[in-house]
Design a protein around this ligand. Sequence first.
Ligand code: SAH
Ligand code: SF4
Ligand code: F3S
Length: 438
Amino acid sequence: MSKVYIETYGCQMNEYDTEIVRAVLQQDRYDLTDSPAEADVILLNTCSVRENANRKVFGRVHTLRHENNGRNVKIGIIGCMATDFKQRLLDDPHVPVDFIVGPDSYKRLAGIIRDAFENEEKGFDVKLSKHETYEDIYPVRQSGVNAWIAVMRGCNNFCSFCVVPYTRGRERSRSPLSVMNEAKKLANENFSQVTLLGQNVNSYSYDGKDFAYLLNKVSEIDGIERIRFTSPHPKDFPDSLLNTVAENPHVCKHIHLPLQAGNTRVLDMMRRTYTHEEYLDLVDRIRAKCPEIVLTTDIIVGFPSEIDKEFEDTVKIMQAVEFDSAFIFKYSERDGTLAQKKYPNDVPEEKKTERIMRLNELQKEHSLKRNRAHIGRMFEVLIEQEQTKKSDTDIQGRNDGNKLVIIPNNGYHIGEFIQTEITDATAHVLKGKVINHK
Ligand code: SAH
Ligand code: SF4
Ligand code: F3S
């Protein structure tokens, strides 16, 4: 039996897809391994969202080739780099890969691997589908407390900087029934949390049913204690969704709301379809309904032609909102995107560095302030790991707002809910003591 090793890069959607790939390959009698040294097939499930994501993978292909020199190992690139680079990737002599398979073609993966061994053929399938949702496949997950469920795939937004609509194709949603059946099965397997995924979850739509409907339906399933979702787009955050987050006790009080930039001219060039003021109004609307909400975001600095004064509008939004955390990126030009075609990548690298450092500093202040406001308060923590990075005598989990909480380990186990009082906080974690556990 051939052994397959998979490495995953990029976003949660890729994590989920790796679980789909595991399922598809196991059905075809492949065995999975955690060690590239004993694998016959090595798959890199890749991300193309920024250039450094690509660079990492190119480097990794070389290392893997080198380490496995002399063995008959096939290395394949799957995921977003496959659909982004297409044939160019197979033709590039500097990237010695055996086959490439895009995110909508995983059902053909086993056949392509077989051809690679039998015919020494460089397999290639990067077609995107209008329909594939893999709803008929039950992913092979690693154990834990959280299970991803992709409820929609693809993106129709075409933000001008973003390669995702090209790498993952058009939006399509899977049926509420298939999502619920999967969540029920997960509950029976003791997953107490599910995270519903989509490039833009509030575009979820199936036979007139929207995302709020889906969240409520999943929340009715016995055993699913917590439901998270990512990411909604600020352009369309309907009241039905907001009410669900605010009122449904199983839906976690955390919204990841990608801002990207604070200046309206820049937002317009990014094709985000909201203004500085509209974003702030949305935050006000969310906080009015749900004051305890945890808000996180994504920001890009140095979009083409962004001048200092416009960058200050991003600072202003951050100061007004005080996000709980933020992922901040330097603009990276992606081939084929509208921004690449229309706007020269003209903000100097040093400027981008200066801006990202400034925002990271500011965010750290806000994270610390928000986290310290938790001190003295009580939260239910779902244990995720029986050690922490730094200590064997501590255990870590998350509260409803997705904050990492560290507590002394008194023999608690993964999956337990523990009533915790927060005693201390840094910008990254909360520390707590146990009040009660059930
Ligand atoms: N669908 C998600 C975003 C997926 S990509 C959403 O809209 O919420 C994750 C993040 O990567 C984006 O929010 C954006 O901040 C960042 N990103 C995407 N393309 C980028 C680029 N070309 N350069 C820098 N950052 C980028
Ligand atoms: Fe990219 Fe925009 Fe779609 Fe998000 S919504 S995946 S940023 S195009
Ligand atoms: Fe990357 Fe593809 Fe996700 S480009 S961010 S892995 S959708």
